[in-house]
Design a protein around this ligand. Structure first.
Ligand code: FHN
Length: 498
């Protein structure tokens, strides 16, 4: 009995610490500190950017992430044994299941990297068909392998049998398709002997880490100079104590990068303030142009975002960003799951970025090909509700997600009600009122009627849109609602006295 009580207590403690962790997590409602702190290394340009480049970012809606490097050769396993790590982290595989001399094997994999089927134009066409408006490519992941021929290290594509510059091919091919390219860059670099996780202490350690900082800076300027068509950096691996302690350096680096490439977009993962605060500084202000912490997670409420720009990056498998050969070992998201997440993101003013992990030959996984096609087929008819939209200031709908563009409101319906009546709830005091509705894909007009359900003290009014019973859709569909500026004229209802 005592044992049971103890284990219940332990479980409760675990639950309460999880709740506590969640409450303190920055990916939740963010409260600003009551008193402002004077900061020297806070945001470079506080407030929301209003320039054309940032506006373009805001309007993308859908993006593609690509994780590609030598880890693609392994595909999450070796000699039939599955690695217990994320596929792109396979180099750190250790313990009983790890192949003998695994790190040495991994560090020599680049000698086999020869993606004969790689065709940047094919990838770009696929992304275009899917509806992606921007793409993020891993120029260098944590293992340090560079997909471009960097002159600052020998561990690059130039040393592989393939030799050709992959970053250049991708920047050119995607840009030609009208898709903006962002460069993912990992600060963590397991291949560089000067890289470290802890803050340098001794003079020798400081010297070595300074060399690493210079190396990082050189590589970043190399990328900007080599690929001037790129639009921004997507930084990663910036959580080490060493990087956090280099806040003066990273502050200046951000300044210099922005000066070298006007319009450059950098998210909140790049650097921290002098108190070690990442993503948001000690005053709760966003560091960088957009919130970059929504990785495999989505905000539950629009209010959590404090009006910031943001993106959500998402894997198809539960986790694992690089190529994974065997998808049968876990649930992989369906196009319904992904379109749902896409609409949830854009309904809250964010971009949704879907990750692809091509194999060592340059082929996307067949599962990715299928999903890209399905999403593209849906986007072909419904992208008007995705691109250039904003959050609609309405209570979340039980049927799906609202987005808005000017006087047009879109409702992407995932949960069709059994009575085929879609009820739009509008605050009685609203100044934007619905005037007509139609199905976006077919332009079929839909009947809409004002509905006063007479609930005492109700501060809302309702518009019921009828979906024809003979309209059958196996996919989520979008209802387009035209609105005009005006006031809702309802009779003041008699208030019940109780
Ligand atoms: O460790 C990486 C991971 O491998 C992957 O690249 C993701 C993508 O957002 N970022 C890191 C974890 O936050």
């Amino acid at each position: 009995m005592k044992k049971t009580v103890n284990s219940i207590a332990a479980i409760l403690l675990l639950i309460s610490s999880c709740i506590d962790m969640h409450a303190q997590s920055w990916t939740g409602p963010k409260e600003k500190p009551k008193e402002r702190v004077d900061l020297k290394y806070g945001p470079l340009n506080p407030g929301k950017r209003t320039d054309a480049d940032m506006q373009r970012f805001r309007e993308y809606g859908l993006g593609q992430f690509i994780h590609w490097g030598v880890y693609a050769i392994a595909g999450g396993e070796w000699n039939g044994v599955k690695a217990p790590t994320a596929s792109e982290w396979i180099r750190v595989w250790s313990g009983n299941t790890a192949p003998p001399n695994w790190q040495q094997t991994y560090d020599n994999l680049y000698k086999q990297f020869n993606p004969k089927n790689f065709d940047a134009k094919r990838w770009a066409r696929q992304a275009k068909q899917m509806g992606a408006r921007y793409m993020i490519i891993t120029t260098k992941h944590h293992d340090g392998f560079c997909l471009w021929p960097s002159k600052y290290t020998g561990y690059t594509i130039a040393q592989t049998p393939y030799k050709k510059d992959i970053v250049k091919q991708l920047v050119d091919a995607y840009t030609a398709e009208g898709i903006d390219v962002y460069l993912y860059f990992s600060i963590i670099d397991w291949n560089n002997k000067d890289y470290r996780t802890s803050a340098p202490q001794t003079e020798q350690e400081k010297e070595s880490y300074n060399r690493f900082l210079t190396f990082t800076r050189n590589q970043l300027f190399e990328l900007i100079n080599n690929y001037p068509k790129m639009k921004g950096f997507w930084f990663d691996g910036t959580w080490d104590k060493s990087w956090i302690g280099a806040y003066q350096y990273t502050y200046q680096l951000e300044k210099d990068l922005r000066a070298a490439h006007p319009g450059l977009i950098i998210g909140s993962r790049f650097r921290n303030d002098e108190h070690g605060k990442r993503h948001f500084d000690s005053n709760g202000d966003l560091l960088g142009d957009y919130e970059q912490g929504w990785e495999r997670k989505l905000p539950a409420k629009y209010e959590w975002l404090n009006g910031n720009d943001w993106d959500c990056v998402m894997t198809i498998p539960p986790n694992g960003w690089g190529y994974i050969k065997d998808w049968s070992q876990f649930y992989t998201k369906t196009s319904y799951d992904l379109i749902d997440m896409l609409m949830q993101s854009v309904s809250m003013g964010g971009n949704f970025v879907l990750n692809f992990g091509p194999d060592g030959n340059g082929q996307m996984h067949t599962g990715e090909d299928k999903l890209a096609e399905e999403i593209g087929d849906w986007m072909k008819w419904n992208s008007e509700a995705v691109y250039g939209v904003t959050h609609a200031p309405l209570e979340p709908s039980p049927y799906g997600y609202y987005t808005q563009k000017g006087n047009t409101l879109y409702l992407t319906v995932f949960n069709r009600p059994v009575n085929n009546q879609i009820r739009i709830k509008i605050p009685r005091a609203a100044t934007q009122i619905p005037t007509g509705a139609s199905l976006l894909a077919s332009k079929t007009p839909l009947k809409m009627k004002f509905t006063d359900i007479g609930i005492d003290l109700d501060k809302n009014v309702y518009f019921d849109i009828s979906i024809p019973a003979d309209f059958i859709s196996k996919d989520p569909f979008v209802i387009k609602v035209d609105t005009k500026t005006g006031k809702i004229n309802t009779k003041e209802l008699e208030k019940a006295h109780m």
